[in-house]
Design a protein around this ligand. Structure first.
Ligand SMILES: Cc1cc2nc3c(=O)[nH]c(=O)nc-3n(C[C@H](O)[C@H](O)[C@H](O)COP(=O)(O)OP(=O)(O)OC[C@H]3O[C@@H](n4cnc5c(N)ncnc54)[C@H](O)[C@@H]3O)c2cc1C
Length: 594
């Protein structure tokens, strides 16, 4: 069984047939030179690297884990060499600006490439993955000198980046963070404090690590309004750009954890480390949002990655494993039993995984287009795209990781008892996936962001461009039974928003009580839109006799499955989200113990 096979055909369907990427790229001056031929060649090359180099290191990396020794971290066998190959081939620079050594390709293409890397080996992908966020932050908020010194080295991949937010007493509530930044005479700052859970905080894959750190200036206001952002390199950088002496930041230990064991999760001790302010003082959290938004989309991809990997493993197994006979008569008369793929319940699990993996890919590719428009820079279209992306990011992050985890779990179930033992990798896929619902803002926090901060604060305005797009699509495709269901769900989305909003005006706890159900409802409807769109496009291709009928037929059938068996989950979510906060809030905190 192959460790990972890149779903290139499905990726290309999503990009070119579903979302018209070629026309989209040509409409943006910054990316007009990117055509399908270039993009496909890059994807094929990346697929080879992911399948042949990264995927074979996934299980061994999990078994070996990272080792800490006196402040140094050693990554599992093969990780460092794979990273060198990755850098030599120019992969880190793909989507970054040519001004800093990048290749200027569209971010949407970068997301597709990142899905491949992440599905082949999520732990390995964390090291270059964090660097992208650091690059985007320095590019957007750094000075020219900071770009010259740090960004170019990150873009080339010679150095990697981190995101240092979390402290022992604060993860979600960053307003409480205590790390200090004292001004030095030379204009730099002395950074002191402890950060925990820092991914890729220390490792042996690159010669320097650029930490992007949140800290407080002396006399900064309390809470989130008193946080500033700093660059703190592991090694200081000499005037000529070469590596100088070690800075005062050391990895105190690494965590022993449930999954992504090959990704070093570090305690980082800053002891008067030399740091450089990025962006205006006390506006660090705003600047950090650039990093966090990149990371949130990156984490949304993790949901797709584990759904895809779970699906691939389950499908291979379900075709091979012989157990029992089909209820409707023998399907494999020459064998002692039928393959388990004949059983309806196994098909339910496989199609759930397939519909989430491919549906999630569609949602991510749609978000990728929005990122391209924002990055292209035309102010008016960027503003519109920004609004849609702000609305869709918490949905993508939380919904896709929740259903990605469900899919990974189905992966274990499809294997029966063999799923529970480590040999097949199905249990690793569950363990590796579990973190995706926690970091970059837990599902609960994303749900509050969606419903409280975005939807209700704008009185629903933020959702309108997307729900209107669905409405228009439904009008243009009336008559199809899937479309009628989509139109109904889309209308219900608006009605429920009003209802929850009204309840929230009476009692603010109603927002928190409804938010996760609301977010999941939103995710199911958003995916229904993409599955309906896929069904329409695939049916048209079949009607036109374009060839590849098996592929298009499977698309239509998966869409039908999604509407019959997944979308109805919205009915129960609509009931629970409007059931009120009382059943959650009536009990005294003490009474929980009885
Ligand atoms: C493997 C790993 C890698 C990580 N990588 C990084 C990294 O690179 N950089 C970095 O800075 N951090 C990183 N983190 C930290 C991660 O982002 C935090 O763990 C996460 O944000 C949650 O914070 P916390 O653990 O302090 O949980 P808490 O904030 O203590 O939350 C505990 C629970 O309370 C809930 N909760 C809290 N407040 C509310 C509320 N207002 N309403 C509803 N529910 C609420 C949460 O949803 C959660 O269920 C990593 C963590 C892990 C485990």
């Amino acid at each position: 069984m192959a460790e990972y096979k890149t779903p290139l055909r499905d990726m290309q369907f999503t990009m070119y047939e579903l979302l018209d990427y070629e026309q989209h790229w040509q409409s943006l001056p910054k990316f007009e030179e990117t055509g399908a031929d270039i993009a496909n060649a890059i994807m094929e090359e990346n697929a080879k690297f992911c399948e042949n180099v990264l995927a074979p290191l996934n299980q061994s990396g999990d078994a070996e884990g990272c080792q800490w020794n006196d402040g140094e971290v050693t990554t599992p066998k093969g990780f460092k060499e794979a990273y060198q190959q990755f850098v030599e081939a120019g992969w880190p620079s793909m989507t970054h600006s040519p001004d800093h050594g990048g290749q200027g390709l569209p971010p949407s293409l970068g997301l597709i490439l990142n899905e491949m890397v992440g599905t082949a080996n999520w732990s390995w992908g964390m090291y270059p993955g964090l660097s992208h966020g650091a690059m985007n932050t320095i590019e957007e908020h750094g000075t020219d000198e900071q770009k010259e010194v740090y960004l170019t080295k990150l873009v080339s991949g010679e150095w990697t980046g981190t995101m240092c937010l979390t402290e022992p007493h604060c993860g979600t509530d960053l307003g409480m963070l205590r790390t200090k930044a004292e001004p030095n005479a030379d204009g730099s700052y002395a950074i002191s404090g402890t950060k925990i859970f820092i991914s890729a905080g220390e490792h042996d894959m690159a010669e320097n690590i650029v930490h992007i750190v949140l800290a407080r200036l002396p006399d900064a206001p309390e809470g989130t309004k008193g946080i500033s952002l700093f660059i703190v390199p592991k090694f200081n950088v000499a005037e000529d750009g070469s590596i100088a002496e070690r800075n005062g930041v050391v990895c105190g230990s690494i965590e022993h954890k449930m999954g992504i064991k090959a990704s070093a999760t570090c305690v980082m001790n800053f002891d008067g480390a030399k740091g450089f302010l990025i962006g205006p003082p006390n506006r660090g959290l705003n600047c950090m949002f650039t990093f966090m938004n990149t990371a949130r989309l990156g984490t949304a991809l993790q949901g797709v990655a584990h759904a895809e990997l779970g699906f691939q493993k389950s499908l291979d197994y379900a075709r091979d494993r012989l157990q029992m006979r089909s209820l409707s008569g023998v399907k494999n008369p020459d064998g002692p039993a039928d393959p388990i793929i004949v059983h309806p319940d196994v098909r339910r699990m496989l199609l759930t995984q397939k519909s989430f993996a491919e549906g999630g890919r569609m949602l991510m590719a749609y978000c990728g287009k929005l990122v391209d428009v924002i990055s292209n820079g035309d102010e008016e279209s960027a503003k519109e795209a920004d609004g849609k992306l702000a609305f869709l990011t918490p949905i993508a992050k939380a919904f896709l990781t929740e259903v990605g985890f469900e899919s990974a779990n189905h992966g274990v179930q499809c294997f029966g008892g063999h799923g529970f033992i480590s040999e097949w990798g199905a249990e690793q896929n569950v363990r590796d996936c579990r973190i995706s619902m926690l970091y970059e803002g837990t599902t609960g926090i994303q749900a509050l962001d969606l419903l409280g901060r975005k939807v209700l604060m704008t009185q629903g305005e933020i959702m309108k461009p997307f729900t209107k797009e669905i409405h228009k699509f439904c009008q243009a495709n009336e008559g199809n039974p899937l479309i009628a269901k989509l139109a109904e769900a889309n209308k219900q989305w608006g009605d429920l928003t009003m209802k929850v909003g009204m309840a929230a005006m009476e009692n603010p706890d109603e927002v928190g009580a409804a938010s996760v159900d609301y977010l999941m409802f939103s995710g199911y409807v958003a995916l229904a839109y993409f599955w309906a769109l896929a069904a329409v496009k695939a049916q048209a291709a079949l009607d036109e006799g374009q060839g590849d009928a098996a592929f298009y037929t499977a698309k239509v059938q998966t869409a039908k499955f999604y509407f019959a068996r997944i979308l109805p989950r919205t009915e129960s979510l609509a009931t629970t989200m409007t059931s009120g906060a009382d059943s959650l809030m009536d009990m005294d905190a003490e009474s929980f113990a009885f």
